[in-house]
Structures are given as structure tokens and as C-alpha cells.
Design a protein around this ligand. Structure first.
Ligand code: FAD
Length: 335
């Protein structure tokens, strides 16, 4: 290993946590600074659906997101025992079957499933859909549990965690600073923009999906992620706006209407929480490692912070150790 380096990390969202864990495990002296006193209180990461769905995301994302995302799956399985590897089911109502065909064309890595198979693998959807796509290799997790586990693992690996401590540029000497402040890093990354997202948490006594289910629709595609005990995350809007204010009635109607269309059993669910946030994104919606001397920015997570967190950490670990990354996916994720 290269010499032990002094590395400060700013921001304990999904990117900062993966950096802290990976760099501490590599033997460096890591300090992780998070401005909020309560972990994740101001992190956009807390709102994420946290699906490890590289094949499904290929429908709308650049190929590097799929390729690097596939490479990240084993890294997640090593890092967090709470990963559920039950795949993703994609369905559409009869009138939207053209959406299913389009999705199948753009997102390889699935097997087509008929109504009988859907009824077997998702009994709560029995009789509701006649065809779908099963992405068997995909995975998901409970977002709060994953964030808490990564923070704990980073501490156990030797990272010092400073909560309620705002990192400031030009602080004490370190070998490297890894800037993972999300939208807080705008002044350093002028092309960064915010993309609003909204999602709900519901508890349905009579629905217990086994895996994330995506319901395709020309205007409002929906995903529902099961968290166990009847709790499901229903998301998410994608709106070109930086407005962080609470969920609108329109979005609530759309998301809940789609959940009800998936199965009317969601009609009896309790709404536990509605939330809105703003995703940090670069113009092409691909996350990037941006090396500026001894400061390394890791940002632009968009919808892929959980999927690509391990990849960004792997690249930064290479850069601090040997000044570059030769990993096969590095070029596509570096500015
Ligand atoms: C509704 C919704 C659904 C989403 N779904 C998904 C999904 O399914 N999968 C996915 O991967 N992503 C999803 N996202 C996006 C994802 O949540 C974000 O893109 C991603 O989590 C950003 O991670 P980050 O670590 O870069 O930033 P953040 O999680 O925002 O973390 C940045 C941290 O830096 C801290 N900070 C800021 N300034 C300072 C400072 N000066 N000193 C110290 N700390 C500082 C902040 O307090 C914050 O905790 C979703 C987002 C929304 C809103």
C-alpha cells in the first residue's frame, strides 16, 4: 500500500460515506466532517429509493452508469448484509404495453414473465398484469439502515467522524480533501444543478411486495420499494427545478394514483411521510470524480448515488494512492 495519508472528507451523504469506508479500509487517516449534528438530516441521500438497478437504469442513463453499476453490486454485497437480492419487476397496464416493449429494448438483462409467473413471484399483484420483465440480478435495501451501517463500518475501519462540524476550504494541512458536499459544493462546480424529487412512505397492512416494482407509464413512471413490515417507498418525481419545498398535491396524486393502479390494496395504506428534495446533477446526469490538485470532488449523484458510490470510492482510492485510476470504468466517471 502507499504511505498512510491524511485525508479529510466533507459531507456524510452516500458519496462521503463510501469514500470514508474505502479510504479508511485502505489504511489512510480519515476524518469525515458532516455539517449537520444529526446524521443524514440534511443529506439528500436519506430520500433515495436506494435500488441497485443498473439494468433498469440503462433505459434512461448513459451506458457507463449500467457498466459501472454492475461492477458495484459485489462491493455493496461485501459492505452491507442488508442488501436484498430479489431482482426488480417491471410491469405496465394493458394500455401501456408499448412502454413495456420500449423498456425491454432499452434495458437488456431481463427475462420476460407472463401473468402466471408474476402471480407466483408477487402474490399481492395476482391477476393484475399479463406481462412484465424480471431483472433477476438487481437488488435493493432500506435506505436509513444502509446509511447507518456504512457510517458505523467507516468508524470501525478507523475513520474519525465529526458531526455538526462544517468543513471549510483552506483548513489545516491534509494530504487530500475529498469534497462530497452534494449541492453544497456549487461554488466549486459551476455546472452542478439541482433536480427536484418527491417520494412517500406508506404502510400497507395487506401488501408486502417482495422486490421493487416499476409500473411504466408514458408520463409518470413509478417505483415502489418494499422496506419490510408493510412499509413501502413510493417514488419518485423527477422535476427540473431546485425548489426544495414540500410535496405538491399534484405529485401526491400522481404517485398515490400510480400505487393504487398497481394494486388497489394500497388504497388502505397509511401515509407515513411525504418528502421532497433536490438531487445534485451534472448536465449529462452522470456522477463524476473531479480532481483539482489536492482537492477531489465527488458529485453529481443524480439518481445513482447508491448505485455508483462504491465505484466513485474505488476511483478516488486509486487517485490518492498512485495519482490515477486504471480501473476499466474510471475514464467514464472522471471529469
Ligand atoms: C425523491 C428522491 C429519490 C431519489 N432516489 C434515488 C435512488 O433511488 N437512488 C439513488 O442513488 N439516488 C436517489 N436520489 C438521489 C440521491 O439521493 C442523491 O443524488 C444523492 O444521495 C446525493 O448524495 P451525496 O452524497 O452527493 O449528497 P448528500 O446526500 O446531499 O450529502 C451531502 C452532505 O454534505 C453535507 N455538507 C454540505 N456542506 C457541508 C460542509 N461545508 N461541511 C460538512 N458537510 C457538509 C450535507 O449536510 C449532506 O449531509 C433520490 C433523490 C430524491 C430527492
Amino acid at each position: 500500500m502507499a504511505d498512510k495519508l491524511k485525508i479529510d472528507i466533507a459531507g456524510a451523504g452516500i458519496f462521503g460515506l463510501w469514500q470514508a469506508l474505502t479510504l479508511a479500509r485502505a489504511g489512510h487517516r480519515v476524518r469525515l466532517f458532516e455539517a449537520s449534528a444529526e446524521p443524514f438530516a440534511n443529506a439528500q441521500s436519506r430520500l433515495a429509493g436506494a435500488m441497485l438497478a443498473p439494468w433498469c437504469e440503462a433505459e434512461a442513463a448513459e451506458p457507463i452508469v449500467r457498466d459501472a453499476g454492475i461492477a458495484c453490486l459485489p462491493m455493496w454485497l461485501d459492505a452491507f448484509p442488508g442488501i436484498v437480492t430479489a431482482g426488480t419487476l417491471v410491469v405496465a397496464q394493458s394500455r401501456d404495453l408499448s412502454e413495456l416493449k420500449r423498456f425491454a429494448r432499452l434495458a437488456p438483462g431481463h427475462i420476460a414473465v407472463d401473468g402466471a409467473r408474476i402471480d407466483e413471484i408477487e402474490p399481492d399483484l395476482a391477476g393484475r398484469f399479463r406481462s412484465g420483465l424480471l431483472f433477476a440480478e438487481e437488488a435493493h435495501m432500506r435506505t436509513p439502515a444502509a446509511l447507518a451501517a456504512l457510517l458505523e463500518s467507516a468508524k470501525q475501519a478507523g475513520a474519525e467522524v465529526w458531526l455538526g462540524e462544517s468543513w471549510q476550504a483552506g483548513g489545516p494541512e491534509t494530504d487530500f480533501t475529498i469534497d462530497c458536499r452534494g449541492l453544497g459544493a456549487r461554488e466549486a462546480l459551476p455546472t452542478l444543478r439541482g433536480v427536484r424529487g418527491e417520494r412517500l412512505l406508506v404502510r400497507a397492512r395487506d401488501v408486502s411486495l417482495k422486490r421493487p416494482v416499476r409500473l411504466l407509464h408514458p408520463r409518470f413512471p413509478l417505483y415502489i420499494v418494499p422496506w419490510g413490515d408493510g412499509v413501502h417507498l413510493v417514488g419518485a418525481t423527477v422535476i427540473e427545478s431546485e425548489d426544495p419545498s414540500p410535496m405538491t398535491v399534484r405529485s401526491a396524486l400522481e404517485l398515490l394514483g400510480m400505487a393504487y393502479a398497481l394494486t388497489p390494496a394500497f388504497g388502505e395504506a397509511e401515509i407515513l411521510e411525504t418528502s421532497a428534495g433536490v438531487r445534485p446533477a451534472f448536465p449529462d446526469n452522470v456522477p463524476r470524480v473531479v480532481v483539482q490538485g489536492r482537492t477531489i470532488h465527488v458529485n453529481g449523484a443524480y439518481r445513482h448515488g447508491f448505485l455508483l458510490g462504491p465505484a466513485m470510492a474505488r476511483i478516488v482510492a486509486d487517485v490518492v494512492a498512485i495519482g490515477r485510476s486504471d480501473w476499466e470504468h474510471a475514464a467514464g466517471l472522471m471529469a
